[in-house]
Design a protein around this ligand. Structure first.
Ligand code: SF4
Length: 260
């Protein structure tokens, strides 16, 4: 969790303004810390993204203190494939020196391009606030190779702008849901993957925005949509082309934007 400021004390219990750093939604939150121990994480309705927390955020105390959480660098002492890896705790200095030595040896012998850097998805992991530093490290090292992954709910957000504008819309960007008159979610279920978008969408619908959801399942916001378009899996392109056809036929598009 990213602690920002202390709000107040009550005996040995403190309420701390913070945010959940477990995904790109970065939901605003209030942490309860009792005798130095995190005991609860709750929504912070005054924060722009703090209207709700998902189960991951609410489980913050369990995650922070889970016995399987890796808190220190570990070094494998048995060969790969051995039933027991033989993890041995080492210092941060030893871990960093080992990694630096291996990377510089690889770069010297085979060129930095032989190394691929990999990260978890910033959309749904705690890499949200770190992925830029991995990118900086990779570029400074000289490798163009990055392995990552994206959840299926992010494909539309990433690929549609890439096809339309030539560039993706980074996950950290927030659409202008407060001003939107019509919101179209296509294979995107923010109720489980981007809570801040979900709560903002519910608020937008409450003030009069229209909501259209394209999804085979009546999941998440599909239940609140004015139009739930239940596509048969694999027929999204047919629906998209049909909508495009109607828009062209009816002249429902801006010509200057379309040809720019
Ligand atoms: S959606 Fe869940 S995991 Fe992501 S920041 Fe909010 S509470 Fe944390």
């Amino acid at each position: 969790m990213g602690t920002t400021a202390s709000l107040g004390h009550s005996g040995s219990t403190r309420q701390v303004s913070t945010f959940c750093a477990l995904c790109v939604s970065r939901c605003g939150a209030t942490a309860t810390v009792r005798d130095g121990t995190l005991v609860a994480l709750e929504p912070a309705p005054d924060h722009p993204t703090g209207h709700a927390l998902c189960v991951k955020g609410k489980a913050a105390p369990e995650l922070v203190y889970h016995r399987d959480r890796v808190l220190h660098p570990l070094k494998r002492t048995n060969p790969k494939g051995a039933p027991d890896p033989g993890w041995q705790r080492i210092s941060w200095d030893e871990a960093l020196d080992t990694i630096a030595e291996r990377l510089t040896t690889l770069a010297r012998e085979s060129g930095p391009e032989c190394v691929a850097f990999g990260t978890a998805s910033p959309s749904t992991s705690a890499m949200s606030d770190s992925v830029d530093w991995v990118t900086r490290l990779r570029r400074a090292f000289g490798s163009p190779n990055l392995c990552g992954y994206m959840e299926s709910c992010g494909w539309g957000r990433y690929l549609a702008p890439t096809y339309t504008y030539g560039m993706p819309v980074p996950g950290a960007f927030v659409p202008d849901l407060e001003q939107a008159g019509c919101i179209l979610y296509w294979g995107y279920n923010p109720s489980i993957s981007r809570l801040a978008h979900a709560t903002s969408t519910v608020a937008a619908v409450a003030r009069g925005a229209r909501l259209v959801v394209v999804d085979p399942r009546r999941a998440g916001l599909a239940g609140k949509a004015h139009h739930w378009l239940r596509v048969r899996p694999g027929t999204d392109a047919t629906l998209a082309l049909s909508l495009t056809h109607v828009m062209i036929e009816q002249g429902w598009f801006g010509l200057r934007k379309a040809v720019a």
